[in-house]
Design a binder for this molecule. Structure first.
Ligand SMILES: Nc1ncnc2c1ncn2[C@@H]1O[C@H](COP(=O)(O)OP(=O)(O)OP(=O)(O)O)[C@@H](O)[C@H]1O
Ligand SMILES: [Mg+2]
Length: 226
């Protein structure tokens, strides 16, 4: 469960990115988080993985209370979250295989499990043939799929995808959305950050809209304007 209670967050330079947000996402939900550029979508995701800390209010994520979490518990929290970052955050000097395997090594997975799971998830995202390529040898959409494999490989409870369809064509957009729906059917909570209302309107899911750091609407189904 993810529960924001009156959460505000200010960056060090004084930018108030999140203002008094109250938002509850139950286990197993599928939620679109929408809003214009600069609205605070990525900041909300960073708060959920404790990459940024809340300035005030309470935030509970998968049983962890992030307004008072100790730094040694943050890796445990992050193991419950699979995140596909807006800028992918791949390691340039590691191959596709190594990028995905590394995510398992840092959580102490056994080598035998790594050898089994990495090829499986590379296959899921259709990149088996690119296992030995480096990120700079891949297209934007392929890099994104590496990021997906990496987000899924530790079997997280919650998956967050920040603009997962920003760099890909229409066909791949559908593939990625189908993958996210499949992940959700497996029982995982899925949060998709996007400003593409065509995608949002194609799937009748819960839509939370944030503008200037505030939640301005929260409803399910229906047609949403850009
Ligand atoms: N590291 C930072 N330091 C200071 N201000 C920041 C930082 N990152 C983001 N901001 C500011 O915080 C606000 C929210 O930014 P955020 O990245 O959350 O927006 P977003 O909704 O994800 O936008 P986009 O759709 O363009 O990705 C913006 O005003 C932005 O300029
Ligand atoms: Mg963003």
């Amino acid at each position: 469960m993810i529960n924001f209670e009156n959460v505000s967050m200010e960056y060090r330079n004084g930018t108030a990115a999140v203002n008094n947000v109250t938002l509850k996402i139950e286990d197993g939900e599928f939620v679109f988080l929408v809003g214009h550029s600069g609205a605070g979508k990525t900041t909300l995701t960073k708060l959920m993985i404790c990459e940024e800390r809340v300035s005030s209010g309470k935030l509970e994520v998968n049983g962890y209370h992030l307004e008072k979490i100790h730094s040694w518990s943050i890796p445990k929290l992050r193991r419950t979250m699979g995140v596909v970052f807006q800028d992918f955050k791949l390691f340039d000097k590691m191959t596709v295989y190594e990028n995905v395997a590394f995510a398992m090594r840092v959580v102490g997975a056994k080598p035998s499990l790594i050898r089994k799971r990495v090829p499986f998830f590379l296959d899921v995202v259709g990149l088996s043939l690119k296992a030995d390529s480096f990120p700079n040898e891949l297209s934007g959409g392929e890099q994104q799929r590496v990021a997906f494999a990496r987000a899924l490989v530790n079997n997280p409870h919650t998956v967050i995808a920040d603009e997962p369809t920003g760099n890909v064509d229409v066909d791949l957009t559908e593939d990625i959305m189908e993958l996210l729906l499949k992940i959700n059917k497996l029982g995982k909570t899925v949060i998709v950050v996007t400003h593409d209302m065509n995608i949002v309107n194609s799937y009748k899911k819960r839509v939370v809209r944030i503008e200037q750091g505030e939640i301005v609407s929260d409803k399910t189904g229906g047609d949403f304007e850009q």
